[in-house]
Design a protein around this ligand. Structure first.
Ligand code: MRU
Length: 358
């Protein structure tokens, strides 16, 4: 393990009712903070990927509600409720796949309902506190994910990961990447293969930056190199995050995840998923029900703004795919490690988390 940078990466800051987001589109070259003082700015920051990663967009959306509440000028409880309802709907429309966004907004909506008869300044205060609580709780969830996930990686020399699942994607140290950083603290020789993650390059731009920051040995690879590495016995385990995990363990995650799971199966390599229970959606029975976000064709034709194909080519750009639960060896949650059959183990984990089944 190389020398690590002790300063913690935290991409979401909440100061005196203003949300500051680290502009992830400029990383790793520039550290720029975007000030969001309106709900619309928060919504655009999510849509346009200033902030991304399932837990991080949930936290940001919750702060978006708090931003709207603190700036509201209406005088009655009813008008406040209607205004907040509009903000929540706007934020719900930002990105469809990661369930954490909807989970966080539902929680803010529930809080609003509980407070509906309370003096308006107090409602605003408590909505601000609720968003902060969602953020702080996620930091704790990440710590537990790191501890449990590291157990699965304890005998590994080479771990492969896809997309970005570290501090930049969450409120704490990450999901899958937290498992890697925890494991690397005990095993200084741990080495990570970082998939570049076409087309949006979260691996190249963000994960490489994070593992470098943590002082972990790594190589950045293009996505099409993983099969050959597996064939050469250079991958001991694969661990990824998740945007939505449904009742049978089917998991939506960054496009390219499914291919890795199939390759892992073909090479007898364990394939793990790590996510907090806020990423579980047991209202869906199988992955077929998950809405997959389609993104701007320019992300494919112009990676990082540089043209690699003609503007007018037809492009297909799904941001996520679904990995069948049958290909996943274990799902790490903050409550512990779940194994198949997932219908039973995920339900048990959600009950244990105290979040209830819906
Ligand atoms: O499109 P993104 O960058 O928001 O996608 C992020 C991912 O797919 C991550 O792997 C997932 O959110 C897990 S993050 C802790």
């Amino acid at each position: 393990m190389k020398k690590s940078n002790p300063q913690k990466l935290r991409p979401i800051r909440w100061k005196k009712g203003i949300l500051y987001l680290l502009e992830q589109r400029k990383l790793p070259f520039k550290e720029i903070w975007v000030k969001c003082e309106t709900v619309e700015k928060v919504a655009r920051a999510i849509e346009e990927m200033t902030v991304r990663g399932a837990p991080a967009i949930g936290i940001t959306a919750a702060y978006g509600v708090a931003v709207g509440a603190l700036r509201s000028k209406v005088k009655t409880q009813l008008a406040f409720k209607l205004e907040m309802g509009k903000y929540i709907e706007r934020l719900r429309k930002t990105r469809p796949t990661a369930v954490n966004l909807f989970w966080a907004l539902n929680r803010m909506e529930k809080k609003l309902e509980q407070l509906k008869d309370v003096f308006l300044p107090d409602q605003k205060y408590w909505l601000d506190r609720e968003a902060l609580a969602i953020h702080q709780e996620d930091e704790e969830l990440c710590d537990r994910l790191g501890e449990f996930g590291a157990k699965l990686l304890s005998r590994c020399k080479n771990v492969l990961t896809h997309c970005n699942t570290g501090a930049l994607a969450t409120g704490g140290d990450g999901t899958a990447l937290a498992a890697i950083t925890h494991a690397a603290r005990k095993n200084k020789k741990l080495h990570v293969w970082v998939d570049e993650t076409r087309p949006y390059l979260q691996g190249a731009r963000l994960t490489a930056y994070e593992v470098d920051h943590a002082g972990i040995n790594f190589h950045l690879i293009t996505d099409n190199m993983s099969a050959s590495l597996m064939k050469q016995n250079k991958v001991d385990a694969i661990i990824v995050g998740a945007d939505r995990i449904v009742a049978n363990g089917d998991t939506a995650n960054k496009i390219g995840t499914y291919a890795l799971a199939v390759l892992a199966k073909a090479h007898g390599i364990p394939f793990y998923v790590s996510a907090p229970t806020t990423t579980l959606d047991l209202t869906m029975k199988t992955g077929r029900e998950i809405t997959i976000e389609q993104r701007n064709p320019r992300e494919v034709t112009h990676p990082n703004g540089i043209a690699i194909a003609k503007d007018n080519y037809p492009v297909y750009n799904p941001a996520f795919d679904v990995t069948p639960g049958t290909l996943i060896r274990a799902i790490v949650l903050e409550t512990g490690i779940c194994r198949p059959p997932y219908q039973k183990s995920l339900r048990g984990a959600l009950l244990k988390s105290g979040r209830g089944l819906k």
